[in-house]
Design a protein around this ligand. Sequence first.
Ligand code: CMP
Length: 220
Amino acid sequence: LQNVPLFQELSQADLLGISPLFIEKKVKKGSILFLEGDAGEELFLIKSGVVKIYRLDEAKEIILALFRDGDFFGEMSLISAGLTRSATAETLEACTLYALKRTSFVQYMEKSPRLCLKLLETTMGRLRQANDQIYDLTFLGVRSRIIKTIIRLSEQHGIPAQDGLLINVKLTHQQLANMVGTVRESVTKVLQELQDDDLIQIDKKLITLKNVEAIKAEIR
Ligand code: CMP
């Protein structure tokens, strides 16, 4: 737990107290962890793998966030008592998760102002990002939104690679479209243009940003 940012500020004694309360869950790729509207019973931490948070409108999907090792999710319905899951969570890869029951989570929040502050800090970061998405959807065109999305993905999931910064999550064009709020064809077109301009490289659904500054200059 010491490596999980949310728990970094906890005292050694609190860490030792809370660790046994987590239940390890191994889940296959494509498993639904909970559905929007479910009662929230647990907080989840990701030990390994990637989880997609999304909402559905009939057959269409909007992806709100992608979380990976070290991230937590499922806190909103635990904190807002009486409210249900605000979105659906599904594994994009096989995952190892740690689940913490609501009562244990709330008990530790009451005991630890540092844990509360850390939780707030992360939540504020997510709110900032949601504000950015509202701004982008309101003011930017599809091409710029696609470019901003791959830059954001490179910040959250990027690892240094030979040719640049590799987004370490395999995403289909449809999934990228569902993050941007557009159609698959637009993603295919813009990614092809960026490849033609030698700004990105795509290999087996993995995108590498070759020159982040030059890609940022494409946003307008
Ligand atoms: P909860 O509402 O319990 O279940 C869905 C979870 O998805 C939610 O808690 C948050 O952890 C996460 N979540 C919902 N909306 C967003 C968002 N806009 N950005 C990041 N995470 C979110």
